[in-house]
Design a protein around this ligand. Structure first.
Ligand code: SAH
Length: 461
C-alpha cells in the first residue's frame, strides 16, 4: 500500500457487516480513520492497533466539524505521509458530500481512491421488506434529498418515478407530503418510513399520503430515516424478513458464535485482565505440578493460568501427575487447547455439580489449586475443604466493568449473559432486566448468579 493515500470508504448503512471487503481492507491498513456519526462504531475495532480515530460528526444539523474542515483534516493527515481512511455512512457519493472531499484531494494533489458502499437508500428498504422496484409495481426509482442547502427555500423537486425514496427528510416530511400531493400523487399513495434502517432498532411506519402524519403522532420519527413512496410499499407484508428475527443483547466476548440465533446487539460489558500480583502467586505457580488437583471454574481461569505458567518458562509437561477438573464443557475445551484433558467435567455445570463428582473421590489430605477470578463464589472451596482437602485459591484474573454504548431496550427481545460477571455488571449499570425481555445464560453457574439478582434466566442449549 502506498504511503500518503486517502481512501474514501462507503461504510454501509448501519449494520456493520454491510461494508465491502475492499472497504474493510482499506480500513484495516489505515494510519488515520476519520469517521461519520452514522457509521457502525463496531467497525472502528477493525482499524489496526494504534490507528488514530477521529470523529468528524455529521448529525442532521449539527456537524461536529464543518465540511471544509473535514476536507482540510483529510489533506493535512495525508500530507503527514499517512494512509487515511475516510469512513462515510452508506455510499460516499450519494448525498454524502464525498464528491467535495475527493475534489479537495484532487486540488491538493493527494492520491485518492473511492470505495463504494451500500447506500441506506437501498439497504433500508431491503431490510424493511420493500424492494424499490418490482415488475408488478414500477420500473423506475428516484432518490431525492428532502433537505436543501441553508437558505435555499425552493420546494422539494418531486420526480415522476414509480418509486421515490427520500433521504434527509425527517424534519421536512410535512412539506414533502404536500409537494407530492401538489405534484399530482394521489392521496392514497402508499408511503413508508424506515428509521434506523438495517440496525437492531429499525422501525418501519406505513401509511398513505393523507394519513401518514397521524401514523407518526404516537411515536415521532427519529433520525436517521428514509421515506419510500409508491406501490412497492404494499409488498412489505410479504417480504418483511428482518423484523421476524429475535434481537439479542450479547454481553460477552464472542458475538459471532451466536449469529445464528438472531440479530446480535453486542455490548461487551466487562473485560478480563490478568491479575497483576505475580510476586504473591508465583511460588504457587512454580510448584503447580505438585498439586494433586487443579480445578477450573471458567475458560478465562484456564487462559490466564496458562499465561502465567508460560511467563515463568514452564509448560503443560509439569502436570504429568496432576489431575484436572473443569466446571463445564466450555472450560474443558479451553483446557484441551493447552493439551490437557479434564479428568472431571460434570453434566451439571456448576460448583454443586463439581462437588457431587468430588464426593466420589477421597480428597482428604489432597492439595487442590483453584485458579479463578478475584470475585468468585466460596461454595466450591468451602465444600472441598469440608471434605478434608487442602484448598488454595489463586487469583489469576479480574473482571473490569466497561463503559458501553447505549442500548434501546424497546428493541431487545433477549439478553444473553455469558458469565456471572456479566450479570453483576449488567445489574449494576441497568438495575435489572426489563419485563418484556427473556434472559438467557450459558450455564448453571451463570444461572445461579442471575437468580441471586432476581433474574430468571433460561439456559441456552
Ligand atoms: N451517503 C449516505 C447518505 C448520507 S445523507 C448513504 O448512502 O446512505 C444522510 C441520510 O441518509 C439520513 O438523513 C437518512 O435519510 C439516510 N440514512 C443514513 N443511514 C440510515 C439508516 N441506517 N436508516 C435510514 N436512513 C438512513
Amino acid at each position: 500500500m502506498p504511503k500518503t493515500m486517502v481512501y474514501l470508504v462507503g461504510a454501509g448503512p448501519g449494520d456493520k457487516d454491510l461494508i465491502t471487503v475492499k472497504g474493510l481492507k482499506a480500513l484495516s491498513q489505515a494510519d488515520v480513520v476519520l469517521y461519520d456519526h452514522l457509521i457502525s462504531h463496531d467497525l472502528l475495532a477493525i482499524a489496526k492497533p494504534g490507528a488514530e480515530k477521529i470523529s468528524v460528526g455529521k448529525f442532521a444539523s449539527d456537524h461536529t466539524l464543518p465540511q471544509e474542515e473535514i476536507s482540510a483534516l483529510l489533506i493535512q493527515k495525508a500530507k503527514e505521509g499517512k494512509v487515511v481512511a475516510r469512513l462515510k455512512g452508506g455510499d460516499c457519493y450519494l448525498f454524502g458530500r464525498g464528491g467535495e472531499e475527493a475534489q479537495a484531494c484532487f486540488e491538493a494533489g493527494i492520491a485518492f481512491e473511492v470505495i463504494p458502499g451500500i447506500t441506506s437508500a437501498l439497504a433500508a428498504p431491503c431490510y424493511a421488506g420493500i424492494p424499490p422496484t418490482h415488475r408488478d409495481c414500477t420500473s423506475s426509482v428516484a432518490i431525492v434529498t428532502g433537505h436543501r442547502k441553508k437558505g435555499d427555500d425552493r420546494p422539494i423537486d418531486i420526480p415522476h418515478a414509480g418509486t421515490v425514496i427520500f433521504l434527509m427528510s425527517v424534519g421536512n416530511i410535512q412539506n414533502i407530503i404536500q409537494s407530492l400531493l401538489t405534484a399530482g400523487y394521489a392521496a392514497d399513495t402508499k408511503i413508508a418510513a424506515v428509521e434506523h434502517g438495517t440496525c437492531y432498532n429499525q422501525r418501519v411506519v406505513k401509511g398513505t399520503l393523507d394519513n401518514f402524519l397521524d401514523c407518526l403522532k404516537d411515536k415521532p420519527l427519529r433520525t436517521p430515516a428514509i421515506f419510500i413512496v409508491g406501490k412497492v410499499v404494499e409488498l412489505q407484508e410479504q417480504l418483511d424478513w428482518f423484523s421476524k428475527k429475535p434481537r439479542i443483547l450479547h454481553l460477552g466476548n464472542h458475538p459471532e458464535r451466536y449469529a445464528h440465533l438472531g440479530i446480535i446487539v453486542h455490548r461487551q460489558i466487562i473485560h478480563c485482565v490478568e491479575a497483576a500480583d505475580n510476586e504473591q502467586i508465583n511460588p504457587s505457580l512454580r510448584k503447580a505440578g505438585q498439586y494433586d488437583w487443579i480445578v477450573f471454574t471458567s475458560g478465562n481461569g484456564v487462559k490466564f493460568f496458562f499465561k502465567k505458567i508460560h511467563a515463568l518458562g514452564l509448560d503443560a509437561r509439569i502436570f504429568s501427575k496432576t489431575r484436572f477438573a473443569a466446571i463445564g464443557q466450555a472450560t474443558a475445551q479451553r483446557l484441551m487447547e493447552f493439551g490437557i484433558k479434564a479428568d472431571i467435567c460434570p453434566a451439571d455445570e456448576s460448583s454443586k455439580g463439581l462437588l457431587e463428582m468430588f464426593a466420589e473421590i477421597d480428597v482428604a489430605g489432597l492439595s487442590i489449586l483453584l485458579p479463578q477470578a478475584q470475585v468468585s463464589s466460596d461454595e466450591l472451596p468451602e465444600g472441598l475443604s469440608k471434605r478434608g482437602a487442602k484448598v488454595e485459591k489463586l487469583v489469576v484474573y479480574q473482571t473490569i466493568d466497561k463503559d458501553i454504548e447505549d442500548v434501546d431496550f424497546d428493541y431487545i427481545d433477549q439478553i444473553l449473559f455469558t458469565s456471572g460477571s456479566t450479570v453483576r455488571a449488567f445489574v449494576k449499570k441497568f438495575g435489572g432486566v426489563p419485563k418484556h425481555i427473556q434472559a438467557l445464560c450459558l450455564g448453571l453457574s451463570t444461572q445461579a448468579v442471575a437468580k441471586e439478582h432476581n433474574i430468571d434466566a433460561k439456559i441456552l442449549k
